[in-house]
Design a protein around this ligand. Structure first.
Ligand code: C5P
Length: 401
């Protein structure tokens, strides 16, 4: 069991179970996790920030309005930093505020600003826990994807017996370990490219394509969850950076994407090219808006773009290269041809159209490598990304040891 380099934001709200969260910080750190603690105002009535600071080895954050802390690691950075948000104890008040999208203190604001999965360990009197208002809020949060840890039943600090006890620190730690799953890419640096490229024609027009970037972003997230240090090179997309991704470089054109990828790939073990790179760009970019010439056709001369994968494949020291091939027909033939021609280690091929591929939530992939093939049947892009990452890790370890 390990949580090495895992970044866990521990939210502590006001409840007597907060004393157990001190122990929790110790136990998370024993497994190598980096822990940052955010306390609500209520929590400070039970445990002091100094205790958490000493145990986590990091400054404890309590207020949105702390100018010094915001200048160092502001609430948005904190939200991005976290791979998991664990709130223990989660009081009835905190649960209500989360359910209704409040951002009236630092902890609730960070929860809204973060894409990291949220885990709640409720702790309150059994009568409060059973109250329909609390249960309705819990249902809302559950439906929104928040993970519930406990509560357990038993003796309560108030003398009651019933459901509402916070889970023990070791149980919460186990839940965190389980949430990270199998770290098949631990210790590896992975570069993922995603999205389309835009090639400018003039200051207001461009040539683009219909890639949403969702497959590539899902791959970046899955690679990060598998323990990799991920750099995501993104074309123009409207997607937020997945939790756990270390660095994001936004680019627009194929040439910019090539520069960013070549730069990041110099240190990388694996490059997964999920971007839909434009094959051509206008030979000249007009620096003024082109005017319509009534009745006359407009001719655009296009130049070929650099092939990013082929550029990397030509290097003597190069990362393990995974390409994508989106095809409308003859998928295997074109994919195998691309695998060979571009000198790749693996290619992920998909049929586009029919509700799959570009702009769709679902996809289906077939992976080809020199002497093998694996079918990943139709699933959400998130699920497929996890399967792809598992296969890439397996092949990487076979080929590179
Ligand atoms: O040849 P085609 O564009 O279909 O190949 C797709 C694969 O090649 C994708 O992995 C894509 O990211 C990559 N590619 C590239 N540079 C280009 C064009 C495509 O790396 N100029």
């Amino acid at each position: 069991m390990s949580l090495a380099q895992r970044r866990i934001l521990l939210g502590v709200s006001g409840g007597i179970a907060a004393y157990k969260s001190c122990e929790l910080v110790r136990r998370l750190r024993d497994l190598g996790a980096e822990v940052r603690v955010v306390m609500t105002e209520g929590a400070t009535h039970f445990v002091s920030a100094t205790t958490f600071q000493a145990l986590s080895g990091q400054p404890v954050r309590m207020s949105l309005w702390d100018a010094e802390a915001e200048a160092a690691m502001g609430h948005i950075e904190l939200a991005r930093w976290a791979e998991r948000i664990l709130i223990a104890p989660a009081s009835a008040d905190l649960i209500a505020r989360l359910a209704h999208g409040f951002a009236n203190d630092l902890l609730t604001t960070v929860c809204l600003a973060s894409a990291a999965p949220v885990y709640l360990a409720p702790a309150m009197n059994q009568q409060m826990w059973a109250h329909p208002a609390v249960q309705a809020n819990i249902d809302t949060l559950r439906q929104r994807g928040v993970h519930l840890l406990g509560p357990a039943s038993g003796d309560q600090a108030c003398g009651d017996i019933g459901s509402g006890r916070m889970l023990e620190p070791m149980e919460l730690r186990e839940a965190m370990v389980a949430s990270f799953g199998n770290l098949v890419l631990r210790g590896l640096k992975v570069v993922v490219s995603a999205g389309p490229t835009y090639e400018d024609i003039d200051p207001v027009r461009f040539i683009g394509n219909r890639s949403s970037g969702r497959m590539g972003f899902a791959v970046a997230e899955a690679a990060a969850q598998a323990g990799a240090e991920v750099t995501l090179v993104a074309g123009p997309v409207s997607l937020s950076t997945p939790p756990g991704v270390r660095r994001r470089v936004d680019v627009r054109s194929a040439a910019q994407m090539r520069d960013a990828v070549v730069d990041a790939a110099a240190q990388a073990d694996i490059y997964i090219a999920a971007a839909a790179v434009g094959d051509y760009r206008p030979a000249e970019v007009a620096d003024y808006k082109l005017k319509k010439q009534a009745g006359a056709p407009l001719e655009l001369r296009l130049s070929e773009n650099p092939d990013i994968l082929a550029t990397l494949a030509a290097q003597t020291v190069r990362p393990f290269l995974v390409g994508f091939a989106a095809e409308t027909h003859d998928v295997e033939r074109y994919a195998r041809d691309k695998l060979q021609r571009k000198g790749l280690d693996m290619i992920a091929a998909n049929q586009v159209g029919g509700g799959l591929g570009f702009e769709a939530a679902d996809n289906a992939l077939t992976l080809y490598w020199a002497d093998g093939v694996a079918d990943l049947s139709r699933a959400s892009k998130t699920d497929l990304a996890h399967q792809l990452v598992a296969k890439v890790a397996e092949r990487y370890r076979t080929v590179r040891g």
